[in-house]
Structure formats: structure tokens, C-alpha cells
Design a protein around this ligand. Structure first.
Ligand SMILES: Nc1ncnc2c1ncn2[C@@H]1O[C@H](COP(=O)(O)OP(=O)(O)OP(=O)(O)O)[C@@H](O)[C@H]1O
Length: 641
């Protein structure tokens, strides 16, 4: 039966549990270059599993689970250990709500005990560790890797070094830079060997040490499409997807780690609590890579073309929204004949694989290397990419990854493969994925426009889509208090953060997600003057008309056979989206084309095929504008002489 093993806990309004089987099941590990997932998905459920439970305050408790345990038993145990009511809470794992049966829960699956909306309130008491909890000690080690993949072999060695160092008194050191809690973990010689980022210390997370706290795990974070507490999985996903270490992502694993260095905030006013003793966290652990600079410190001309291409290929596949120059470490190469040569190391992949279409950020987009055509070897690598197999691998290795993120992986990998088939270079691909900023704000990217068209034609084809269901796509997970909290946070933030937020989101939803959410693909929206979003804010219809213009430009090149049928515009019909909230979820459902809540499997497949069909014309359009631009530039230059 269930046996609580650990905790020093204080307030499980949300609890994240990471399940770790005790039995010696066959290794699920398949690593870079070995993409077969055969065998991994059909493992029988283990009779005994050890689970780690993480509260929203960041503490972790371990417990043992056996075959007979179910969700309500887990909740009862949590209630006992944490001394809090668990009524009105749901156990979730990734996208799945576990009503009772836990057989779907495999090892290392993080479960989340989430308060249902009607039980969520700012007046929810904030609890301190109880006597009961203190009696229960965690028997797990100082650092434990969650997952049995072969990919983590090298990381196991680093973990052993770290544990030895901690036992001999060499403590981790907090990193000052960045917005989240980051720690250098060291070996016995005092050298940094790993970077550890606790999931509850991310920006906005409850224990963020840099003053950016205030949200619970699972709520929208710095970007609306990446939930608080979920960047660590993405760091690991980027490493796992970097087959053959092609782009040089440092080995990364998810760990449960215990130390007194970690930050814990007071849940009432958010101030740091001192002398908390050893606390346990779920964190990403990445190998520390010695380097000389980051890409913002140096001119980019010395960067090898192939390194830029490889990182670019990864960024496009994973739809990276945060590839700024600081996230590319640069190491000078030693040795004869290597003078002036450097190696690039991509880090910080916590904001990749968003849950919906976002504005990516690719620092390399305007570097000259990105305009050089791909080599035959690079094209071969891209041809061999298989997004469906990638998804299977991620489902096996990181079962907590949400389906919406996997769909983004499929969409962007498909885009990359088709674009390179058409002969586009990296810069052109990056440009097609990026939004433009005009006097009217941001405009949808060419990729988004193609998605809008695919989606529209899908609707017009009178697919067996239940219109009632379609209406529900406008439902929201974010409740009023979350929205106001978001606004409060924005008001209180130091100057650096609001500008980041403004770029990334407008009142919690960015403009394109608004577009997706309203489903406004039709030109008729010009007739309407105003519409409010879920938080009652007026939407910028100029934005939508820009989308329409782009959409029309695609029509001009005969992409779309419009039937003239009007899409349903629920918000324009007089209902504010604020009235359409669901009580269960936490992220706005971006009704877009790539959200699992939006399209059924059948629709998704049809959408993808339509998407691929439309891409050819979009690429041709892009090629001809690139050629026209070059001609104009040449004429401009010749006139100067
Ligand atoms: N694998 C690594 N090897 C060496 N140093 C690293 C590594 N990963 C991160 N760092 C260092 O730690 C710093 C903070 O890391 P990182 O940028 O990943 O944290 P963050 O809180 O997510 O930052 P940001 O707020 O800029 O997104 C980096 O600027 C870099 O100097």
C-alpha cells in the first residue's frame, strides 16, 4: 500500500508528484541516434513505485505506491502528510486528469494535485510544515535522476561527483544572472560541474529568489504558452531531441535534489525564508560547460557556419522562443591550427515547445551564416528527421509533456522539412516563422498565416466538426483572480520585466493568440469595431485586418478556394469571452490550429495535410519576395556609384 516516506512540507495547494518505480524494470532508455522507442511504451505497470510529491511551495516528499493504490488513496495520504484538505483537488499528469485509476502513471511521471477553480482563492490558507510531516523522513538520495534513459549515463557520473562534493562540504553556489533560480553544483575540487534550475524557482514560480514570484505551478508563466514549473521538462526535451549531439546541447536530466542552498519564500508576502534547512526540489540539471563568452560579447563572424546551421535547425524544430545571444555560450578552441576558432554551446531551452503558436526568437536570423545554403550533410539530417517518432520518444521519456507541445514539434519539424525541400535557407525559414512589428503592433508570421488558411479551408470543407464543441474552444482556464494577479505582478515588476512581458504577452494573451482564440480568419470582421478579450480588454482589430491582408495575399497566389462562408465569431456576436470560462484548466486555450483541445485527431491530420499542401505556394511567395528584395538592393547599390 501507500507509504509516506518523506516530507518537510508546507502547503500543498498544488502538488506535483514524480513517480519513480522501485522495481528493476527494463531500461526505457534510448538515446541520441537510436530513435526506436519499441518496447518502451508497452512496459507492464510496475507493482511498486516510488513517487516524489512536490508542493507549490517547492518541497518534495517521497512515497511508495503499489498496484492497488488509486488517486483517492494518494490524496488521503497527502492530506495526512500535509495536514491540508484535498477536497476539490484533482490529480493530473500532463494533460490527463486521474479520476481514480493510476495505471496510466508510469515511472517518473510528474503528477499535479491541482485545486479546482471553485476552491481556488487568494484566501486559501498558507500552511507551514506540520509535526506529522517532520516525523516522516525522505529516504531518497541527495540528487536522483528521474528517468532511466540511457541518455543519462554521463549525467549519472556527474551526479555522483556532486553527491561526493556535497558530503564533503562543497556546497552549490547561487547564480546571480537570469530571472530564475539557478545554482552551480560543484565537484570535490570546487569546480562547477552542473547547472541546476529548480522548477519552483522559475520566473513567477512560488519560490523564485529574484522577486518574480506569485503564481502556482501550472499557471501561465513568462510566456502564456509555457506554464510555470514546466520549463525543466523542456530543457530535457531539447537535449533528448538533439540526436547525435548535433547542435551541442549539454546533457540535461530532470532530478530530485535536496539541499539547504535552495530558496523558499514566505507564501504570504513572498519574502525569503531563512534557515529552512535542507529542502527538496524537482529541477533540471545540465552539465556545466566551460566557456569564454556568450554570443552577445563577441562579433559573430568567427562563428562556424555549420554550428549556426545546426543550432538553427534545432531551434526551428523545437520552436524556440528564447534563442537570444546570452543563450549561446562560446568557447575558444585550443590546439594547433585552431587559432581564432570557436565552438557554440546552446543553453536555456526552457521556453521551447510552447503550447501554441508563439513568436519565436532566433538571434541567428540576421547573421550572415544563416543566409548560406544548407550543406548536403545538413539536408540529409533534416530529411531523416521524423517528428512522429520524436513524439513517441518524448512520450516515453517525458510522459508529462503535453500533447499541445508535441503538436508544435510536429508542425515546426514539418515546416522545416518542407522549407528545405523547397530550397529555403535558415534565415528565410526563421523569417517566415517570425512575426513582424508594424505601427499596428505585431502581425502574424507567414507560418501562422498558412495555419490560418489551412484551418479556414478545413472549416469550409464541412468536416464533421460539432459546432457546439467548436464554440467551446473559446473557453478559458484562467480565472479572474489569475488575470488580476498577472496585472498586479506586471505593475510591481522592476523595469526590465514589464518590457519583456509587453513583448511576450498583452494582458496574458498575445495578439496572435487572441486571433487564434477568436477564430477571426474572415475578412468580414472589418465591419465590427470592438471586441473584448476574456479579461475585458479591447482587442486591436487592426491586428486582425493585418492577418486578413496576409491571408488575402495568399489567396492572390491562388492558394485558397474560398466558399465565402463566414466562420463563427462568438465574441463579435456580443458575448464577451470573459463569460466563457472553463473552471478546470489553467492556460487560455488558444483555439489555434495546433492545440490539442482544439482539433480532434482526425481534424489534426487533415489540418496537417492541408498545411503541407499550402506550404508550397507560401514558399514560392517568400522566394520571389527575397529575389525582388535582392534586386532592389542591387539597384540601390548601383545607383550609389
Ligand atoms: N550549461 C551551462 N554551462 C555553463 N554555464 C551555464 C550553463 N547554463 C547556464 N549557464 C550560466 O548560467 C546563467 C543563467 O542560466 P540561464 O540563462 O539558463 O538561466 P535563466 O534564469 O533561465 O536565464 P534567463 O532569465 O536569461 O532566461 C547563464 O547566463 C550562463 O552564464
Amino acid at each position: 500500500m501507500l507509504k509516506i516516506m518523506s516530507p518537510k512540507l508546507d502547503g500543498p495547494v498544488q502538488v506535483q508528484m514524480v513517480v519513480d518505480m522501485l522495481s528493476n524494470s527494463p531500461s526505457s532508455g534510448n538515446c541520441h541516434g537510436n530513435k526506436s522507442t519499441e518496447g518502451k511504451l508497452s512496459l507492464p505497470p510496475s507493482p511498486r513505485r516510488r513517487i516524489f510529491v512536490q508542493t507549490e511551495r517547492g518541497h518534495v516528499l517521497g512515497m511508495e505506491l503499489d498496484r492497488r493504490d488509486n488517486a483517492s488513496m494518494v490524496k488521503k495520504r497527502l492530506q495526512l502528510a500535509l495536514d491540508v484538505p484535498t477536497d476539490g483537488s484533482s490529480l493530473t499528469f500532463g494533460d490527463m486528469i486521474l479520476n481514480n485509476d493510476l495505471t496510466a502513471v508510469r515511472k517518473d511521471c510528474p503528477l499535479l494535485l491541482t485545486r479546482n477553480m471553485m476552491h481556488r482563492s487568494s484566501s486559501t490558507p498558507c500552511l507551514s510544515p506540520t509535526g506529522k510531516a517532520d516525523q516522516l523522513r525522505d529516504k531518497s538520495g541527495i540528487v536522483e535522476i528521474l528517468g532511466q534513459s540511457n541518455c543519462f549515463g554521463r549525467t549519472s557520473k556527474v551526479v555522483k561527483e556532486i553527491v561526493r562534493a556535497i558530503k564533503s562540504g562543497v556546497d552549490p553556489i547561487p547564480v546571480n544572472s537570469g530571472l530564475g533560480g539557478v545554482y552551480y553544483f560543484r565537484n570535490c575540487k570546487g569546480e562547477s560541474v552542473a547547472i541546476v534550475k529548480p522548477t519552483d524557482e522559475e520566473p513567477f514560480a512560488p519560490n523564485n529568489p529574484k522577486g518574480f514570484s506569485g503564481k502556482s505551478l501550472g499557471q501561465p508563466g513568462l510566456k502564456w504558452s509555457v506554464r510555470v514549473g514546466e520549463t525543466g521538462y523542456r530543457e530535457v526535451a531539447a537535449y533528448l531531441l538533439d540526436y547525435d549531439h548535433y547542435a551541442n546541447v549539454p546533457p540535461t536530466a530532470l532530478v530530485k535534489v535536496s539541499h539547504s542552498v535552495f530558496n523558499v519564500n514566505d507564501c504570504v508576502n513572498g519574502n525569503k525564508l531563512h534557515n529552512m534547512g535542507v529542502v527538496s526540489k524537482i529541477a533540471s540539471l545540465q552539465h556545466f560547460v566551460r566557456h569564454d563568452f556568450d554570443a552577445s560579447d563577441l562579433g559573430t563572424t568567427s562563428f562556424p557556419v555549420s554550428a549556426v546551421h545546426r543550432i538553427g535547425i534545432l531551434d526551428v524544430r523545437i520552436f524556440n522562443t528564447d534563442r537570444h545571444a546570452g543563450n549561446l555560450l562560446v568557447r575558444k578552441l585550443d590546439g594547433v591550427g585552431k587559432f581564432g576558432q570557436v565552438e557554440l554551446i546552446p543553453i536555456d531551452h526552457g521556453l521551447c515547445l510552447p503550447e501554441g503558436l508563439e513568436d519565436p526568437y532566433f538571434e541567428w536570423m540576421h547573421w550572415p551564416q544563416a543566409s548560406i545554403p544548407f550543406s548536403e550533410e545538413e539536408l540529409e539530417y533534416i530529411r531523416n528527421l521524423d517528428p512522429i517518432r520524436d513524439c513517441e520518444m518524448l512520450r516515453a521519456e517525458l510522459p508529462m509533456m503535453r500533447e499541445a507541445c508535441l503538436k508544435m514539434l510536429v508542425l515546426s519539424t514539418t515546416f522545416l522539412k518542407e522549407a528545405t525541400k523547397f530550397g529555403l535557407c535558415l534565415a528565410e525559414i526563421g523569417e517566415m516563422m517570425s512575426r513582424e512589428y508594424s505601427g499596428h503592433g505585431e502581425e502574424p508570421s507567414e507560418l501562422e498565416s498558412v495555419c490560418l488558411e489551412a484551418r479556414r479551408t478545413l472549416r469550409e470543407a464541412s468536416l464533421p466538426i460539432d459546432n457546439e464543441l467548436r464554440d467551446q474552444e473559446y473557453q478559458f482556464d484562467m480565472d479572474n483572480e489569475d488575470t488580476s494577479l498577472c496585472q498586479e505582478i506586471q505593475e510591481d515588476l522592476p523595469p526590465k520585466l514589464p518590457s519583456l512581458l509587453q513583448r511576450n504577452s498583452v494582458n496574458g494573451l498575445n495578439a496572435v493568440s487572441k486571433l487564434q482564440f477568436l477564430g477571426k480568419e474572415d475578412a468580414e470582421i472589418h465591419d465590427e469595431r470592438t471586441c473584448t478579450d476574456y479579461s475585458g480588454h479591447e482587442l486591436d482589430l487592426n491586428y486582425f485586418s493585418n492577418a486578413v491582408k496576409l491571408s488575402k495575399s495568399l489567396k492572390r497566389i491562388d492558394l485558397v478556394k474560398s466558399s465565402g462562408q463566414k466562420p463563427k465569431l462568438a465574441c463579435l456576436a456580443g458575448t464577451t469571452c470573459a463569460q466563457r470560462r472553463s473552471g478546470n484548466e489553467l492556460l487560455p486555450i488558444t483555439t489555434g490550429f495546433v492545440n490539442s483541445a482544439d482539433l480532434s485527431e482526425e481534424e489534426w491530420i487533415l489540418f496537417l495535410s492541408k498545411f503541407q499542401e499550402l506550404l508550397g505556394a507560401a514558399f514560392a511567395n517568400r522566394k520571389s519576395s527575397s529575389i525582388a528584395l535582392k534586386q532592389r538592393q542591387r539597384q540601390g547599390t548601383s545607383r550609389e556609384f
